[in-house]
Design a protein around this ligand. Structure first.
Ligand code: NDP
Ligand code: 8X3
Length: 248
């Protein structure tokens, strides 16, 4: 029988699609997020799903969720560190320091808290798979990407460094770095301004949450002896705009 998959940010977008996909493949699901109504709906739909209404920025709450898991869900095989967000796209001078702190607390500290809370279980089981959702923004700079991109660069390097520290434990670690994908991401980034959010996706093709769930599934279903370190994935329509030169 398959164990549990602990998925942060399971109320929407990638996390929701990954939860559905892994459940369909026989994993029990631990679904974490702040929106209780969505988590309850998901649990009713999927069955064998434990919900964790939790703000990933709250260190104690994250550790309590893991500590208080029902016995049947304690056999965590997979951790998907997915909860995250971008806020704003202003340059560093004009951007909000509060937004920066929210991104750092969620995208950086949240990933560290969930990983630290769950690793003792994986260590005990001498088995596990941690998949971190980074971003192309952590690899490639773009105007206004400042702190968001830096948090995702952290996610990437954190994952690589984990692999060194977890030698001998049969724990796999993968960083998936997606580019443009249509979820609630832009609505959150633009703080509910749906016109701005819709403009991001207008007239182009993008990666779907289901595509990311397929990539996760492909990784999980590789032989345990195979570790994919990094996957960077863009829509075929997305590429680079080239270097910018200041001119007199
Ligand atoms: P969504 O906004 O659709 O989903 C974000 C998820 O994160 C929600 O389930 C939300 O749950 C959860 N979340 C956010 N803040 C917190 C918090 N403080 N505590 C707990 N959960 C939280 O966006 P995506 O699915 O697109 O984003 C998922 C991940 O993918 C993010 O890390 C994002 O940075 C990354 N990404 C997205 C890309 C895109 O273009 N869509 C591309 C590259 C990476 P709730 O609000 O209920 O708490
Ligand atoms: C989301 C992709 O390019 O909007 O991480 O930053 S991007």
């Amino acid at each position: 029988m398959k164990g549990s998959a602990f998925i942060t940010g399971a109320t929407s977008g990638f996390g929701l699609a990954i939860a559905k996909r892994l459940r369909s493949e026989g994993y029990k699901i631990i679904a974490l997020g702040r929106r209780k109504d969505r988590l309850e709906k998901l649990a009713n739909e999927l069955g064998q799903t434990q919900i964790a209404v939790c703000d990933i920025r709250d260190k104690q709450a994250v550790f309590d969720v893991v500590k208080n898991l029902p016995k049947d869900f304690k056999d965590i095989e997979i951790l998907i560190n997915n909860a995250g967000l971008a806020l704003g796209i202003e340059g560093i001078i004009d951007a909000s320091l509060d937004d920066f702190e929210t991104m750092i607390d969620t995208n950086v500290k949240g990933v560290v808290y969930a990983t630290k809370a769950i690793l003792p279980i994986m260590k005990e089981r001498k088995s596990g798979y941690i998949i971190n959702i980074g971003s192309v923004a952590g690899v490639w700079p773009y105007p206004g990407g400042n702190v968001y991109g830096a948090t995702k660069a952290f996610v990437h390097q954190f994952g690589l460094n984990l692999r060194n520290d977890l030698k001998g434990l049969d724990i796999r670690v993968t960083n998936i770095a997606p580019g443009i994908a249509k979820t609630e991401f832009s609505e959150v980034r633009f703080k509910g301004d749906t016109a701005k959010a819709d403009a991001v996706y207008e007239g182009t093709k993008y990666v779907s949450a289901q595509d990311i769930a397929t990539i996760v599934s492909n990784c999980v279903n590789l032989p345990k002896s195979v570790n994919i370190n990094t996957i960077e994935v863009m829509a075929t329509t997305q590429s680079w705009a080239g270097f910018y030169f200041e001119r007199d």
